[in-house]
Write a protein that binds this ligand. Structure first.
Ligand code: ZN
Length: 259
C-alpha cells in the first residue's frame, strides 16, 4: 500500500490515524458486512513493532517478546494468598513497551477489537511452549465482567474477546453471563494497591450459581497487577461453590506499572 512506502516519519504520523479509521469501520454496524479481506486491502494491518504490513504483531516481533514456556506464577500472588485463586498463568511482562502499546490500543482509543487475535495468541503460545501443558478439559472459561457503562463505552469486553479465542483453543465453553458487575468502580489503574481491594469489594455477583457449583473455572483478564479484581471474582465464585479457580492473563504488571 502506498502509505507504507513513505518515509518512516510520515508513516508514524499516518499509522495511528489509519488504525482509528479501520476500527471505526469495524465498529460500525452498517458496515459490519464488509469482509476483513476488503478492509485489509484499503486499510492494511501494520505491525505495532516494526510497521511491516500484514499483521498487528508480526512473527519476528512476537519472537523477540520472549514468551516463556515456563509456568511462573507471581510469588504469593504479590503478597496475598487467600486461596480463592489457586494459580495464575501469564504469557508476558507488561513492562515491555510493545506489549503495553498493543494492550492499550485494544482497551482504550482507538479500541482495536481485532487485536484480540494477536493478544490471545501470546497466551496460546505460552501454553504451546510448555513441556507439560496443563489439562483444562473439564474447566469453564469466565471473563472478568465489565459494568454496563464501560461496556457501552468500549463496545466490547476485552476479557470476553480473549476468552472466546481461548475457548476455541482449549475446546471448553465460555460463559459470559454467570458473573456480572453490578456497581461502577474507579479504574483500578488509578489507585494504589491498598485502595484497589476496597474499590472492587462487593461489586461482582454470580447470577447463575447452578452453572458454577462444583466446577473448575478459568478466569480470563488482560493484565494482572495486584490481583485485587481477579481475587474478588474468585472469592464470589468460591462462595457460590466453584471447586477450583485459575487465572489466565496476557501480561503480568508490577504494581504501579499498569498506568
Ligand atoms: Zn513486526
Amino acid at each position: 500500500m502506498i502509505f507504507y512506502h513513505m518515509e518512516n516519519k510520515i508513516g508514524s504520523f499516518i499509522l495511528p490515524r489509519l488504525e482509528i479509521l479501520r476500527s471505526k469501520i469495524l465498529g460500525n454496524s452498517y458496515l459490519d458486512k464488509i469482509s476483513n479481506g476488503v478492509l485489509d486491502l484499503f486499510f492494511p494491518k501494520i505491525c505495532f513493532g516494526c510497521q511491516k504490513e500484514g499483521e498487528y504483531l508480526c512473527q519476528d516481533c512476537q519472537a523477540i517478546l520472549g514468551i516463556s514456556g515456563f509456568h511462573h506464577p507471581p510469588p504469593n500472588f504479590g503478597g496475598r494468598q487467600t486461596g480463592n485463586l489457586s494459580d495464575l498463568y501469564w504469557a508476558v511482562e507488561y513492562k515491555n513497551s510493545l506489549i503495553k502499546n498493543l494492550i492499550q490500543k485494544f482497551k482504550y482509543e482507538p479500541f482495536i477489537k481485532e487485536l484480540k487475535e494477536s493478544l490471545s495468541l501470546l497466551i496460546i503460545d505460552h501454553f504451546q511452549l510448555m513441556d507439560k501443558p496443563p489439562n483444562f478439559t473439564d474447566f469453564l472459561l469466565i471473563p472478568i465482567p465489565l459494568e454496563k457503562r464501560k461496556l457501552k463505552w468500549r463496545g466490547f469486553n476485552q476479557a470476553e474477546e480473549l476468552g472466546k479465542e481461548l475457548s476455541k483453543f482449549f475446546k471448553i465453553p465460555l460463559i459470559n453471563d454467570v458473573l456480572i458487575k453490578i456497581k461502577e468502580t474507579l479504574p483500578q489503574v488509578e489507585l494504589a494497591a491498598e485502595a484497589r481491594e476496597e474499590n472492587i469489594k462487593g461489586v461482582f455477583i454470580c447470577q447463575h450459581p447452578e452453572l458454577v457449583r462444583g466446577r473448575k473455572i478459568l478466569l480470563v483478564d488482560d493484565v494482572y497487577t495486584t490481583g485485587a479484581t481477579m481475587e474478588e471474582c474468585a472469592r464470589v465464585l468460591r462462595k457460590t461453590g466453584a471447586k477450583e479457580i485459575i487465572g489466565i492473563v496476557i501480561a503480568r504488571a508490577a504494581p504501579g506499572q499498569d498506568q
